[in-house]
Design a protein around this ligand. Structure first.
Ligand code: ZN
Length: 258
């Protein structure tokens, strides 16, 4: 059951990623629906009075929207609404109606554009959260896991934000699983970036081939070189030398995410 549409299941019409900052959903069979608060929180921002405005950019592109700050520090945002039922500063409960689906702003047809942002207001992949709770404040159990190319096996799960790391020093990593975040790895053997992956739908890597670069959106991360040191923490993703973790040509044997 959807956490953002009233009494409905989600039908995804446009996935997150590839310059899409959220996930687009409608009710099954392309039906419209009232939009509900994903979780309890405070409405920190609304925009109202907007009509369809194809080609608009920035905040206007969202049309009528609501942004909520939740009790764990995360944010959700609901865009393109036809009507907004709540006001800035208002506290809302999980499942409370906050608006109705529409096509205001830069929309080519009525749908809900849904975003999730972490405590730093960085966008993260919202797909998993369409049907699931946000991480709890005390225990952000977002897990990651590395594949040991020497042992030819997946190593134990590690929690994002813990002091642990994923990997065995000395054994190159060939794959990474990660909950909730979008990432990709650079394959040392093929000497190229592999496709972005999300939400354990797939792992990043070619098992058996060493990884020599890593990019993860929305978190701070670092890698350890085989027979070398930990490299500096990285907190962004771009094409510059600081926009990924790793050194091309040098195998990675551990990763850490905070
Ligand atoms: Zn969208």
């Amino acid at each position: 059951m959807s956490r953002v549409l009233l009494n409905a299941n989600n039908q995804i019409t446009d996935p997150y990623g590839n310059n899409h900052s959220g996930v687009d959903v409608v009710k099954k069979e392309n039906q419209l629906a009232p939009i509900i608060a994903h979780s309890s929180g405070i409405v920190i921002l609304t925009q109202t009075g907007q009509k369809n405005n194809k080609g608009s950019t920035g905040t206007l592109s969202y049309g009528n929207f609501v942004k909520i700050r939740h009790d764990n520090g995360y944010y959700t945002l609901y865009a393109h609404m036809n009507e907004v039922y709540v006001k800035q500063g208002q506290r809302v409960s999980k499942g409370e109606q906050i608006g109705y689906m529409g096509d205001s702003g830069n929309a080519y047809g009525a749908h809900l554009h849904f975003e999730v942002r972490d405590q730093n207001n960085n966008r993260i992949n919202p797909t998993y959260y369409l049907d699931n709770d946000l991480p709890s404040k005390e225990n952000r159990q977002i897990l990651y896991q590395a594949y040991d190319n020497i042992k030819k096996s997946w190593l134990p799960n590690v929690s994002v934000g813990s002091a642990d790391y994923a990997g065995n020093f000395g054994n190159a990593i060939g794959g990474i699983y990660l909950d909730s975040y979008r990432m990709r790895v650079h394959d040392k053997v093929k000497n190229l970036w592999l496709p972005w992956v999300i939400n354990r739908q797939d792992y990043a890597g070619n098992l058996g081939n060493a990884i020599d670069g890593l990019q993860i959106e929305g978190v701070t991360y670092r890698v350890h070189l085989t027979n070398g040191p930990w490299l500096p923490w990285v907190n962004k993703v771009d094409d510059t030398a600081n926009g990924y973790a790793g050194i091309y040509g040098r195998e990675i044997d551990a990763i850490q995410i905070k």
